[in-house]
Design a protein around this ligand. Structure first.
Ligand code: FAD
Ligand code: 2HG
Ligand code: ZN
Length: 474
């Protein structure tokens, strides 16, 4: 290896610089099969110092870098463009749990640690790290941070931003910012940490983090509640919250169309009702108290919901297997969608209290564009975040749907904007939404973001073309 590749090999060792197509394939394509990129190499550093040295070498040679963790992005954020000029910087070798502090309730990890491994490490000391999402077996803490990931427990614990105390970041100029603080209070100026969280690999490469831990919940109570519609689901949310307070950990909504899809495509999926209801809510409570008390509390809330005619039917899981089966229905939706065909995916948020109104308005707007399009709507109702997926009409070809999809996306996003919502609640902008930024972000926001990008990464080498449009310089 010579030139840049030789330098990279000198930093990380030749075996950690992949250049043949077969080895690079998993790193240059996204998991949804939507983006197919190319790279001159995939580099796999083993430490923050190696990451910094790679960034310095790339800066000197003007080489674009695409940071990558588990490559589970829903927005093509970790996939290089097709030019073949970029280097993919894969953090997965950096998978050390550096320290756990059960008194301060913190865990310090390398950025390449898989989320599920953080769960296990926390559990071993009787603590809990609450970020939870379908890809937790392969996504990494660095990717979770770079996208400010949400998931199914935001309602109680917040997004990744709220779960993080400190960061270590390799900057595009080859320096390392050591912000690995475990302080819960520190008012010494601008919150640099919060700038890197959600920056999608465009400002620096996160190499380590100090995360918050919580007491391990000993008890969980999980129910599936059949509801007539989203409006009833929102009233149910208020009712359960009122009766269960902070014990309410997850409140996940899915329409009957989602359930149909899961039952069709996921072999082990079952519903505990005779027929598929118009909509379902998965409610989960958790507590450090015992199971029986929690189940009784949930049951009491569901009786009240039924009396108020908010619930058509409900079942509380009687054991871990039943709770898992409930989650299988919810977590299987993305997989079932992929098996059904290419979806027009939307990850919007609107104020929680206006979600039912939004769904009705978006449904009308979509039907006006194309009446037969299938709506597969689900998500984190308690956070005001919906995955508003659309599938082609049964009699429409994939090719025709691909032509139609941008118009559908336009009307869905315009509706979200009309409700003062966001076009990306948790999946990030990546390359999927970058073209929409000028329409949905205010000029002053774009101007400030571009100024920050110019400050951190003046040569625009870090994840170019993601999150922000390339500047006129490129
Ligand atoms: P990647 O996909 O590798 O990268 C994502 C972005 O982060 C890219 O822009 C990349 O350049 C950047 N990046 C990665 N590592 C670093 C680093 N160390 N430093 C700087 N930038 C970096 N997301 C949610 O928020 N909530 C969900 O409920 C949810 N559910 C999902 C379910 C499934 C089945 C799947 C496949 C995905 C889901 N996602 C969800 C999306 C995705 O898993 C998350 O965004 C995840 O946080 C990405 O982590 P990753 O390590 O795979 O990152
Ligand atoms: C989820 O909540 C993920 O399951 C994926 O954010 C959503 O596939 C999707 O649209
Ligand atoms: Zn989600």
């Amino acid at each position: 290896m010579t030139g840049l590749l030789g330098r990279l090999a000198a930093i990380v060792g030749e075996r950690n610089v992949l250049t043949d197509d077969a080895s690079m394939t998993p790193y240059v394509n996204d998991w949804l099969g939507k983006y197919h990129g190319s790279a001159q190499a995939v580099v796999r550093p083993g430490s923050a110092a190696e990451v910094a040295a790679i960034l310095a070498a790339c800066r000197e040679t003007g080489t674009p870098i695409v940071p990558q963790g588990g490559n589970t992005s829903m927005s093509g954020g970790a996939t290089p463009d097709a030019s073949g000029g970029a280097v993919v910087l894969s953090l997965t070798r950096m998978n050390r749990i550096r320290e756990i502090d059960p008194i301060g309730n913190t865990i310090t990890v390398d950025a390449g640690v898989v989320l599920a491994h953080v769960h296990t490490a926390a559990k071993e000391v009787g603590r809990h790290f609450p970020l939870s999402l379908g890809a937790e077996g392969s996504c990494t803490i660095g990717g979770n941070l770079a996208t400010n990931a949400g998931g199914v427990a935001v309602l109680r614990y917040g997004t990744m931003r709220e779960l993080t105390l400190g960061l270590e970041v390799a900057l595009p100029d080859g320096r390392i910012w050591d912000g690995l603080t475990a302080l819960r209070k520190d008012n010494t100026g601008y919150a640099l940490r919060d700038l890197f969280i959600g920056s999608e690999g465009t400002l620096g490469v996160i190499t380590g983090a100090v995360l918050k831990l919580f007491p391990e919940p000993k008890a969980k109570a999980t129910a599936l509640v059949a509801v007539p519609d989203a409006e009833a689901a929102l009233s149910l949310l208020a009712l359960v919250r009122g009766k269960c307070g902070d014990r309410l950990t997850a409140f996940e909504f899915m329409t009957g169309a989602c359930i149909d899809l899961v039952l069709r495509h996921i072999a082990d999926a079952r519903i505990p009702f005779g027929a598929v209801p118009p909509a379902l809510v998965l409610v989960e409570l958790s507590d450090t108290d015992d199971d029986a008390a929690l189940n009784a509390r949930l049951e009491d809330a569901l009786v009240a919901a039924s009396e108020a005619e908010l619930a058509l039917d409900a079942t509380i899981a009687q054991d871990i297997a039943q709770a898992k089966a409930s989650w299988r229905l919810r977590e299987g939706i993305s997989e079932a969608l992929v098996r059904e065909g290419k979806a027009a995916k939307h990850d919007i948020s609107v104020p929680v209290s206006r979600m039912a109104e939004f769904i009705a308005a978006a449904d009308r707007a979509v039907a006006a564009v194309s009446p037969g399009v299938r709506h597969v709507v689900f998500g984190h109702l308690g956070d005001g975040n919906l995955h508003y997926n659309l599938l082609r009409a049964i009699d429409m070809s994939e090719a025709d749907f691909a032509v139609l999809a941008p118009r559908l996306t336009r009307v869905v996003h315009d509706e979200a904007k009309a409700y003062r919502g966001s076009i990306s609640a948790e999946h990030g902008i990546g390359q999927l939404r970058v073209g929409d930024m000028p329409r949905y972000k205010a000029p002053i926001e774009l101007e400030l973001m571009a100024a920050l990008k110019g400050l951190f990464d003046p040569a625009e080498l870090l994840n170019p073309g993601k999150l922000l449009p390339l500047s006129a310089k490129q």
